[in-house]
Design a protein around this ligand. Sequence first.
Ligand code: GLP
Length: 242
Amino acid sequence: MNIRILNSREDLNATAATVIASLLLSKPQAMLGLATGSTPIGIYRHLADMYRKGQVSFAHAYSVNLDEYVGLAPEHPQSYRSFMNEHLFQHIDIPISHTRVPNGDALDLTAECAAHEQAILDHGPVDLQLLGIGHNGHIGFNEPGHSLTGATHVVDLKERTRSANARFFGDIDAVPRQAVTMGVGTILKAKQIMLVAFGAEKADIIRQALTGPVTTECPASLLQCHPDVLILLDQEAGGWFK
Ligand code: GLP
């Protein structure tokens, strides 16, 4: 794994955005694996700036998102589809028909999971998968446990994850109890993975994921098995790494 510690959060966002923009310059029709949460917001802001300045185009790119809450319609303000539209898609030139976020409101969630995998097969493989990390080591919504599921599936969210995400909903009772997520197998099929984390509260879990045993109890630790992983950390999240 290639681990880089950046001096500031701004540097980290700019570096991550540059990695994505460079990929698009060399492969305009690349498939991007995208993530939600607080972590990628600054990266998306940088990408939108680069697009406005004519430094990158997404006109031929495809994107596929990691996950979505079950039971939220795409128009729901807290859905990950709304998040992606608000923080990235409406600011750039990617055709919305080239973007896929799982539909957590689908009547047949099994079929929706299969459709998500199929979309990756149709336009993929994913060239670059962007990841954040949950406080418990989850990637996408692959929660720690005795086992993990490889393909896109429906998952029960841990209370820790629901309470961490309650800040977006205002009230923990409003946070859905389930999500659709790419499986760890789906994630590991990406050609390159870029995991980004900042802040002292991520330092412990990052250290465990990168230097601890590879275990389903810390899903991010499975990234140790991937041949091309770039880890971008700020000083707070990566200060332990010398
Ligand atoms: C969410 C998402 C993950 C994200 C993680 C961390 O629950 N499903 O994809 O990486 O939590 O979020 P944040 O970046 O807000 O810390």
